[in-house]
Design a protein around this ligand. Sequence first.
Ligand SMILES: Nc1ncnc2c1ncn2[C@@H]1O[C@H](COP(=O)(O)OP(=O)(O)OP(=O)(O)O)[C@@H](O)[C@H]1O
Ligand SMILES: Nc1ncnc2c1ncn2[C@@H]1O[C@H](COP(=O)(O)OP(=O)(O)OP(=O)(O)O)[C@@H](O)[C@H]1O
Ligand SMILES: [Mg+2]
Ligand SMILES: [Mg+2]
Lengths: 259, 259
Amino acid sequence: MSRIIAVTNQKGGVGKTTTAINVAAALALAGQRVLLVDVDPQGNATSGVGLKNQAGPLGTVYQALTGDEAQDPDGFLLQSSIDGLMVAPADRNLTGAELELIALPNRERRLADFLAPLRDRFDVIVIDCPPSLGLLTLNALVAADTVLIPLHCEYFALEGLADLVATMRRVRAALNPALDIEGVLLTMYDERTNLGQQVAADVRAFFKEKVYDTVIPRNIRLGEAPSHGLPAVTYDPRSRGAEAYTALAHEILARHVAD
Amino acid sequence: MSRIIAVTNQKGGVGKTTTAINVAAALALAGQRVLLVDVDPQGNATSGVGLKNQAGPLGTVYQALTGDEAQDPDGFLLQSSIDGLMVAPADRNLTGAELELIALPNRERRLADFLAPLRDRFDVIVIDCPPSLGLLTLNALVAADTVLIPLHCEYFALEGLADLVATMRRVRAALNPALDIEGVLLTMYDERTNLGQQVAADVRAFFKEKVYDTVIPRNIRLGEAPSHGLPAVTYDPRSRGAEAYTALAHEILARHVAD
Ligand SMILES: Nc1ncnc2c1ncn2[C@@H]1O[C@H](COP(=O)(O)OP(=O)(O)OP(=O)(O)O)[C@@H](O)[C@H]1O
Ligand SMILES: Nc1ncnc2c1ncn2[C@@H]1O[C@H](COP(=O)(O)OP(=O)(O)OP(=O)(O)O)[C@@H](O)[C@H]1O
Ligand SMILES: [Mg+2]
Ligand SMILES: [Mg+2]
């Protein structure tokens, strides 16, 4: 079922990295062969799985995107601490990549070209995106089959959805006709507040069955896990946050079986 | 005391916009002449003060940055609902501005040139930045006298500080020698968690007296206010969030008197 899923939302701090790490790890724990690709210059997904400042034999995602196209993709992958989970790490050189990519041929497809030969070795490839709609996110939208959209149930997060949906429409028209929504995930959900309930109702009305049944509650263990270099699903598997991401991974798998 | 303060941190969702809006509004309510400049393509600061989809007679920040340099800056300003607070609104065209600015002369100084003639009409100019270290944030760092860094007391937010400080050092060396730190603001602080206390202790050890005494607690009214198009300091002035931002505005003023 080799599938490339871009985890994206240009609104900052909505749980993209936390979702990418924990979905990738939970799918690996469920027996899938998973690759986590970090295209965010902040490198939070890389450090969140304990690989901060590490690179493959040929380098990081930065070299994979800006270097010679004939490189062996294996040279950019690292084994994580979890069986079945490999990682293509980021480094802060990616900050400059947006400017460098502009001058390169094929600038929107460089990530798609890098991942193409890896497709048959992984069941799922998860891409963590930066909080913007620039060339790095564009590369992820061109490479991906589907987009998983984490959404913090607050007003500003709702506002940004229209921009994201419009960008996806433009990518579909010009660069990646098959791009679809994998799902919309409500994160840091606090059912006690009116705001949370209102935004959740608006999102379900707009995206309908694309909204996952699984909702991620606010849970401090999700905030603590990265400082230990571990996904929450291995750092504290019985926490509410870890259990929610494990349920989400199973919901994602069940949706594909139904396909 | 005309001062240009860039509110920036490339980490997403740490409270940049909430801080920019409420500091600008609280300073205006304290009798200062304030301009709030929105250079984030998301336009959250613009909608957070009730000016969504509005533009000045000559346009928005997008036109001010990419258009002809001889334009009258007044043509890009709007009056907010608060006496003493003017706004230079953003629009989503700014998403493309990063690519367009690259080809323009003076590309890092276009915001500085736009704000220069406005300096003597305002006591404080507050710039809300996007969650990245691209050309829009670079323009803000070149235009600013100081940087106000909102920091969410969590692991990933701490990680990004090194990149921000390194970028400021590069800007100081090449483009804006006087750039200094206005202050570091602890936001969404929850003193009940170990993580919050640990990160706060690390930040105070590193930034010392630059860290504001005022700390912003997590407070739902700060999340609700933008959906009413009002800063929290006018939407619900007695809320813990509004009182904290009012205290912060007075701490900022007191620090300048001491200069
Ligand atoms: N459900 C949750 N409960 C509690 N804390 C969470 C939850 N999800 C994420 N966090 C914390 O909130 C912060 C923001 O999450 P995260 O970094 O995953 O968001 P992001 O969308 O990737 O941010 P950016 O836009 O900067 O890439 C992090 O410190 C993370 O640890
Ligand atoms: N102290 C607080 N208590 C509760 N909610 C808050 C607080 N500060 C900000 N928020 C809410 O958290 C979310 C993130 O804040 P905000 O949008 O200001 O961050 P930002 O750094 O500007 O994000 P971005 O990186 O996307 O520009 C918003 O929904 C906001 O309403
Ligand atoms: Mg992230
Ligand atoms: Mg913002």
